[in-house]
Ligand binder design. Sequence first.
Ligand code: APR
Length: 314
Amino acid sequence: MANKRKKLTVIGAGFVGSTCAHWAASKELGDVVLLDINEGSAKGKSLDLFEASPVEGFDSKVLGTADYKDTADSDVVIITAGLPRKPGMSRDDLLATNAKIMKDVCLGIKENSPNAVVIIVSNPLDAMAYVAKEVLGFPRERVIGMAGILDSARFRSFIAEAANVSVKDVHAFVLGGHGDTMVPMPNHCSIGGAPLTKFLPQEKIDAIVERTRKGGAEIVGLLKTGSAYYAPSASAVQMAEAILKDQNRVLPCAAFLQGEYGINDLFIGVLCQLNGKGLEKVVELDLDETEKAGLENSKKAVEELVNALSQLEY
Ligand code: APR
């Protein structure tokens, strides 16, 4: 009988990729393939993770490889291949190197999993998603960037800590590009349905917004040798779960906009409905003037990066 389990491939067996495999296998999202140009790393981490399955009690196979043939017919592919940033670097400094890697990876996916939904994690996120979409040639439903869930998770954890409430009761999200111009949306946030201002003074909310914008750099500054991976991988796997289980979740993700918010042909973080097709739809919000200006600013930053891409050979 044919294998009926879902298949999830994670490209890049570094910190983010191997932690994605860990979350995905332990949630039994399907069988997991972990691919890296460093074959030993992919194989070693996969075997190690598979050997944890009897202890943790999960029935996911985990296969490590450097060969795209092993990824054939994946339902979802998460791409984490690429360099992470070091202290003092912005995500944008990774543009040229990671664009080459992204192209290489997407050619392998296109040939072996032409029907997959592809989730991009490599940075600079909005530009890498653009490269991926161009190389894959997939419709926008099947190329989606991970950033909004991560930025929102940082926002939500800081709010929960400051207000001394459960993270489960904090609803908050961040729109825009995955960089310093991201747009946290405190007016669209709530704690158990009540506005943030019922729990926190305005200056505390402002400070949390600022910390959220710099959340990635805060971790890079502490680690010194790489960037965050627990929260980024958990966020990518939440997207994969929404797709593999056809959940119709409404989550902030980077989508290729086609007219939404007056923006065309760029990946920007917006509220998305995700299901088995990938992106079901972009949910467009009514923004106030400040939020509109924030999104416009963010759009310009993403546009600059995409223009810089066109000057590069990759
Ligand atoms: N094909 C497959 N894997 C590749 C390729 C390639 N062409 N080039 C590099 N890799 C692999 C590396 O061998 C390495 O194992 O990508 C992995 C990257 O892992 P790390 O260096 O640990 O980086 P990580 O912290 O996982 O971040 C990866 O995600 O969040 C983003 O900014 C981050 O762009 C970075 C990416």
